[in-house]
Design a protein around this ligand. Structure first.
Ligand code: IFM
Length: 443
């Protein structure tokens, strides 16, 4: 009998993303994505890594699903690579690319694993970037057409859908800071990209309702607990501004119909207007919010800093991503999001990125640090559910070590170790522990 038992029907799983694990990015007629282009541009990725092979999941998915079954996973969150299905982003579809996801879903269902599909985890068809990328408002229609194609193809078997993974990351890091694909450095472009993504999200949700009436759809956000460095009013206000930008940029328009006022104050006319037509498109009811939680951000008021909020680095425990391990932040966010938006929640990612992991002499990988990370966060998730938060599931990031974007293969997040030379898969200690959590429905 677990001490911390989760509600009946709580869904335990793991998550991955197409470009990070699949490999074979151009196979069977797929078009290149912006990440393919970016990773092949010298100087963009640690050690010049690319995801041309990564975990070779495109060819080894059967073996991977068999392993998921052995680990007792109840759910698996994966993403679809848009350029496999529409190599040019729109127009002619590529049935061979779609067939991969069709086979994957059948394999999952045969293994008794609930699929949760994300439509966009950052691998935009390069052809669409060539037409201006996300700042080009036409992309909203192309995304909705692609989404419709996927609902049509998989909606009979996939009932849990996510439109976008972490829109803050692919718009701000991709178009604002330029450290992610496509590598643009223009805040105005990032804000326009965000607006197109919001419209694309709303249009996809509308099509979903008629095509998959018995399914549920939501969006996944990257969130950090934004906390004031002190108890002063000034620092509290700074934390609120920081939260508006990092946590609320996308959810406020979707649930409440407009951008947070702090964003308008910060960006002025650079932030697109929320006209009536756009509001109606964006503010469509969704079924849940997905939260990806890894760390907190502590800020103090500083009028010279971005958003008037200067981040603090405090002594503590950090993962190899230099992200502070702060489980209470997850509790704080679950409570805040549920109180503010009143929607069911999923933790769609949570995990620890570590460096230097390798099998010991006995072949085992004793990732005690990851195990402790997961345990402490699951405890906080439990605390939130026991106080009435409607949390529906937990997806550990990640099923397997994979291509960590600009960090390449330097950081490992997997519950399963991937030997990139041999492609051998070895479940780590955390995987064995997680299996038990799932079996007991708690800790
Ligand atoms: O690997 C990423 C994932 O693609 C999106 N969320 C954060 C993870 C760890 O950085």
């Amino acid at each position: 009998m677990p001490v911390l038992e989760f509600p009946d029907g709580f869904l335990w799983g793991t998550a991955t993303a197409s470009y990070q694990i699949e490999g074979s990015p151009l196979a069977d007629g797929a078009g290149p994505s912006i990440w393919h282009t970016f990773a092949h541009t010298p100087g963009t990725i640690h050690d010049g890594d690319t995801a041309d092979v990564t975990c070779d999941h495109y060819r080894r998915y059967r073996e991977d699903v068999a392993l998921m079954r052995e680990l007792g996973l109840q759910a698996y969150r994966f993403s679809v690579a848009w350029p496999r299905v529409f190599p040019a982003g729109y127009g002619d579809s590529n049935s061979a690319g779609l067939a991969f996801y069709d086979r994957l879903v059948d394999e999952l269902l045969a293994a008794g694993i609930t699929p949760m599909a994300t439509l966009y985890h950052w691998d935009l068809p390069q052809a669409l970037e060539d037409e201006g990328g996300w700042p080009n408002s036409d992309l909203a229609c192309h995304f909705a057409d692609y989404a419709e194609h996927m609902f049509d193809a998989l909606g009979d078997r996939v009932k849990l859908w996510i439109t976008f993974n972490e829109p803050w990351v692919f718009t701000y890091l991709g178009y604002g800071l330029g450290v992610h694909a496509p590598g643009t450095t223009d805040m105005g472009a990032a804000l326009k990209a965000g607006h197109t993504a919001l419209r694309a999200h709303g249009m996809a949700v509308e099509r979903f309702r008629s095509l998959v009436p018995d399914g549920e759809i939501g969006i996944t956000l990257s969130v950090q607990a934004q906390l004031p460095a002190s108890d002063t009013d000034e620092d509290r206000q700074a934390a609120m501004r920081s939260s508006a930008f990092y946590n609320e940029w996308f959810i406020e328009p979707i649930v409440c119909g407009d951008y947070p006022p702090a964003l308008r104050d910060q960006f002025g006319e650079l932030l697109p207007e929320m006209g009536e037509a756009d509001r109606a498109t964006i503010q469509r009811p969704i079924d849940f919010i997905g939260l990806n939680y890894y760390t907190r951000l502590l800020v103090e008021n500083d009028e010279n800093a971005f958003l008037g909020a200067r981040p603090w680095r405090v002594p503590g425990h950090y993962t190899a991503m230099d992200w502070e391990i702060y489980p209470a932040g997850l509790y704080h966010l679950l409570k805040t999001f549920y109180a503010t938006y009143g929607l069911p929640l999923y933790i769609t990612e949570n995990g620890a990125g570590l460096e230097g992991e390798k099998p010991g002499a006995d072949g085992a990988i004793d990732d005690v640090q990851r195990l402790r990370y997961l345990q402490s966060h699951i405890e906080m998730a439990h605390r939130a559910t026991s106080e009435g938060v409607d949390l529906r599931g937990y997806m550990a990031w990640s099923f397997i070590d994979n291509f960590e974007w600009s960090f390449g293969f330097a950081k490992r997040f997997g519950l399963v170790y991937c030997d990139y030379e041999t492609q051998a898969r070895t479940p780590k200690l955390s995987a064995a522990w997680y299996r038990r959590v799932i079996k007991d429905n708690g800790i």
